[in-house]
Each structure stands twice: as structure tokens, then as C-alpha cells.
Write a protein that binds this ligand. Structure first.
Ligand SMILES: [Zn+2]
Length: 341
């Protein structure tokens, strides 16, 4: 645990659900689910009445309608349960769920710890309360994250298996994540064009079991609004190389071809095209190097035709089906993309 003392209460409340907290205490199984609410015996006063303790999942809050006469959010729950301050509870939650603490006060104002959480004798909330919906891709920008995943293990063997050097792993802030939403995965920070972290992608280290996706992205994150590595690639000289995936981009970067961005897929969105336009001019060169498969070929043709009116665009065709940038040697990559090795 770091010596840091500051913690963003708002971020903790946003990151951790009551269900996760109950699960942490091994209490979730004894709760009964009905619509939006969970009910069970109160873990705070160790009650036996199976309906006195209620949780609203959507509001992420709880109430005890008996002896405690209390309620509140996840912080209040842990504070009561552990008999500690809300601040200490926040630090505990950060530790349990791998959330950051900082050695500086956060820019946003902290919510002051409340001496007494509001006791509301309201009936359990209606099950129609707002639910998290996956947002449509309407061009809304991604909001920078207020937290960082910490204690990522950059020495995980998967990263060296993929040919990344310790320097590249540090450059990109990669590491195996032990806890939280990306637990068991390699966390890859995604920055927006301004260099702010807007999401973490989680790559399963190796071939995932059936039904487990290779990549996990946070719900609500709009990858079509970003180009991976653009914040750094934008400042580099030479032709701009466009690849599909994170590892392809990192491989090129590692070979010294630092002006590289990844689409995080095989199609170029309108927003991504606009980003490229902003970071190039009519004298710029773009090399499209998508994977040599059906999706990659289709994406390649589309991208070339859309970028050609603005700048010099060249498509790289691999000799063999199934090939991708990661498969090429540094020499081959330099021959294709130019620049000194
Ligand atoms: Zn109680």
C-alpha cells in the first residue's frame, strides 16, 4: 500500500457497486433479488429479519429499516461494517478493488466525509430506476478517466511472448491486472488525442476459453472516437502508419516506427478520419497496413479511397493470407514504412 492519503470519493463510488462490496464480504448469496433491489438480513447490526436490509442496485445505495436506522453509499457501508471513518473505508475499497490513491489532492473537490449518513425510511426504490445502457455511438467524446489502474504487473510472461521489450511495456503502461473489471487480463491504457486516459482495454493473455472474449472494453467506451497511440504518434516525423490492433502498433513503435496509430478494428470511423485529417496535411503520407484477411482487405480499400483526396496514401499488401504487421521483422517494417532503422 502506498503512503498516499488522498482518494477521490466520487470515483470510488462510481467504480464500486454495492453488489461487489457484498460479494467481497461473502454476503451476496444471502441477498434476495427482486427487480432493482436486493434484500436480506442486515449485515451491519447482524439482524435476522430477511427484509430489513435493502439495496438499490441502480442507485448504488442501501438502507437498514431496523436497529441501524441508517443507510448510504458503498463508502458508508464499509465504514459502518468496519467501524472506521469514511476516508478509511475509501482507502480500503481502493485496496480491495485496485483503485488508485494519489499523493496529491485530486483536482475535483472531495466530498467531505459525512458524520451521519442519511437515514431514510423510504420504501425500496422502484425497479424502473435508471439502468446502465450501452450508449449508441453518437459521436459523444469519451470522458477522461478519473482513476488509474495500479499495481499492474508489467513482468507478465504474455507481454514478452508477444515480443514486447521492458521499455515498450513501460512506454505503454501495460500490465497484468489482478483485481477489478479487467482482472486476469493485460490492461492497455487508451489515451485520447490530448493524451488523457479514456479507457483500459483488457487483453486475455493467450487463447481465451470459448465464450470469453479476447478483448474487453469498458461499457460505454466509444472506440470509434479514438485512435490508439495518436497522442504520441502525432508528434513524430515520417509517414503515418495505420494498423488494426494494439500489439501491431506497439510492435512498430518498438521498431522505431513511432508515427503509428491503431484503429482498434478494421474500419475507419468518421471521427477517426477527422482525427487523421487534423494530424496531417496535404503533403503527409499515410501507409495503411491492415491484416491480410477479408475484414482487413475491405477496410484497406475503404480507407485508401477516403483518405486519398486529402493526402498521399499507400496501402501495404502482405504476401501471404493471414499476415499482420506483428509478423514482420524490424527490417521488413522499415523497408515498407521508410525511416532509418
Ligand atoms: Zn441494520
Amino acid at each position: 500500500m502506498s503512503k498516499s492519503q488522498f482518494v477521490d470519493f466520487k470515483a470510488v463510488k462510481a467504480a464500486v457497486t454495492m453488489e461487489q462490496v457484498l460479494q467481497h464480504y461473502g454476503l451476496l448469496d444471502q441477498m434476495k433479488r427482486s427487480g432493482d433491489s436486493l434484500s436480506g438480513p442486515c449485515p451491519i447490526h447482524n439482524g435476522t429479519n430477511p427484509t430489513q436490509f435493502r439495496v438499490s442496485v441502480s442507485k448504488n445505495c442501501w438502507n437498514c429499516f431496523s436497529d441501524c436506522k441508517c443507510g448510504g453509499n458503498v463508502l458508508d457501508f464499509v465504514a459502518k461494517k468496519e467501524d472506521i471513518t469514511v476516508h478509511a473505508a475509501a482507502l480500503k475499497l481502493c485496496e480491495w478493488f485496485n483503485l488508485p490513491t494519489t499523493d496529491k489532492p485530486p483536482e475535483e473537490e472531495n466530498e467531505p466525509p459525512r458524520a451521519t449518513p442519511p437515514a431514510q425510511r423510504t420504501p425500496a426504490p422502484a425497479p424502473t430506476a435508471s439502468k446502465e445502457k450501452s450508449q449508441p455511438d453518437d459521436g459523444t467524446p469519451n470522458v477522461p478517466l478519473k482513476f488509474r489502474l495500479e499495481q499492474l504487473d508489467g513482468k507478465h510472461p504474455y507481454l514478452t511472448e508477444r515480443g514486447l521489450t521492458p521499455e515498450t511495456i513501460v512506454d505503454f503502461g501495460l500490465g497484468h491486472c489482478a483485481k477489478g473489471m479487467m482482472a486476469g487480463r493485460i490492461a492497455i491504457p487508451i489515451h485520447n488525442a490530448e493524451g488523457k486516459v479514456v479507457a483500459y482495454a483488457g487483453r486475455w493473455p493467450g487463447e481465451p476459453a470459448e465464450g470469453t472474449p479476447k478483448y474487453k472494453l469498458p461499457p460505454g467506451f466509444r472506440k470509434s472516437q479514438e485512435l490508439f497511440n495518436l497522442d504520441r504518434a502525432g508528434k513524430e516525423p515520417g509517414p503515418l502508419v495505420i494498423v488494426e490492433g494494439f500489439f501491431g502498433a506497439m510492435k512498430l513503435w518498438q521498431c522505431g516506427l513511432k508515427r503509428v496509430v491503431a484503429l482498434m478494428g478494421s474500419t475507419l470511423s468518421t471521427a477517426q478520419a477527422e482525427l487523421i485529417r487534423k494530424h496531417t496535411d496535404s503533403r503527409s503520407q499515410v501507409i495503411v497496413m491492415l491484416d491480410e484477411d477479408e475484414a482487413g482487405r475491405a477496410g484497406r480499400e475503404d480507407i485508401v479511397s477516403r483518405l486519398a483526396p486529402w493526402l498521399f496514401v499507400k496501402a501495404h499488401l502482405f504476401e501471404q493470407a493471414g499476415q499482420q504487421p506483428e509478423h514482420l521483422t524490424p527490417e521488413e517494417l522499415h523497408n515498407i514504412c521508410g525511416g532509418a532503422p
